[in-house]
Design a protein around this ligand. Sequence first.
Ligand SMILES: [Fe+2]
Length: 507
Amino acid sequence: MSLRTHPEVVATFLSTLPPDDDHPYRTGPWRPQTTEWDSDDLEVVAGTVPDDLDGVYLRNTENPLHPALKNYHPFDGDGMLHIVGFRDGKTFYRNRFVRTDGFLAENEAGGPLWPGIAEPIELSRRDHGWGARTLMKDASSTDVIVHRGVALTSHYQCGDLYRIDPCTGDALGKESWNGGFPHDWGVSAHPKVDGGELLYFSYSKQAPYLRYGAVSDTGDVVHTVDVELPGPRLPHDMAFTENYVILNDFPLFWDAALLEHNIHLPRFHRDTPSRFAVIPRRGDASQIRWFEADPTYVLHFPNAYEDGDEIVLDGFFQGDPEPADNGMGNKWQRAFRFLALDRMQARLHRWRFNLVTGEVREEQLTDSISEFGMINPDYAGRAHRYTYAATGKPSWFLFDGLLKHDLHTGREERFAFDDGVYGSETAMAPRPGGTAEDDGYLITLTTDMNTDASYCLVFDAARVADGPVCTLALPERISSGTHSTWAAGSELPRWRDSDSAAAAIGL
Ligand SMILES: [Fe+2]
């Protein structure tokens, strides 16, 4: 096959968004794309592509094609997956909409059919839907992981897992887990992969409200357990160690009285403790251990591990999970204050749960505000030293820099993007054969409002503050986005079947 040295348009979709749109999460750095691109050799703007960077960086994005029925929330947009592949000092790029049932139905209808998270479910124009809230669209726009060599996109409200070829971006349908997929509740965003095993959770408005499951390297659901909660909750992430998973019951949940009237209003119950469930990875309900801690809400946990009798859990503690409208900023900043890292006061935090004594110890690890923390994936579930997180533009849901935190020394290293440049969740790609935990690369995608362009930046993970070692130009400016992952070439089928990665993905 011939290499597409110049970006090539694969498809363009019809957007029905208003031309005079003023929603800040559908314009500016969040302006959605309508075009899918292929490029087999991204332009190197600066630096050199490391020839020992071997694998794919995947990033999911909320990228709406249609307006909301009433009020758009930045979590509502259609999923779009960006793929940047690295092999032998060469690169390739693909971006594709996630072809969910909801996406296809709305395109067919030429407009929105399901309400978003900031809209009442009664607005739904269909009598079926997805999500713990019910009657929502499963946009599969939240997260992406790779299991058994296939990318799986997911939605924070629970839904299907959409299978995508991690090199070509080709849609491969929905995950079925050989017939065992939990279609009743779906699966939440942020399933975890540990070796060949996938660990997931599902949540619902129906009792027992939370479930945990494990899937083998053959794609079979090999374990499920109900995790009974006092009522519906809004868990967003989970964590695992070599022998346990950690689920949560945070006191930020739908107001119970309003929920009886089908109104879904999250409230932070400031006097209710946070609770963590520590469950053996093959444990049954009787083996669930609950631990209470200070009230908070946590979106993401970078890692957990076992230390003697203790389970160590790192997460981003929110000092103010329900920030008040302080009258500062414009109407949009006030409306979406819940998404701003400085308003939620998200800081890296550590909990220790003692399995023998039942004691809980917790501590704030830094004063710095950050979220969306990643680690060297080879250390997942094991003791780690470094976390790589995003810093946030004050009062906005935009990432304005990187923060590397050394948990041994407390030392922090930063890289700030230029004003008007916003990054993504930054994945860590270990260098093949590397021995140090930070021997590898950090990869992110930027949305650059100054040049009206987007770039893929590659950093040396050991020298974050030095800035990128390589800057690659994407075919066009992409929407800002969040979750990402790194999959090493060794995890991908066909990766080494051909002389070049670009040719391999054409097979
Ligand atoms: Fe998330």
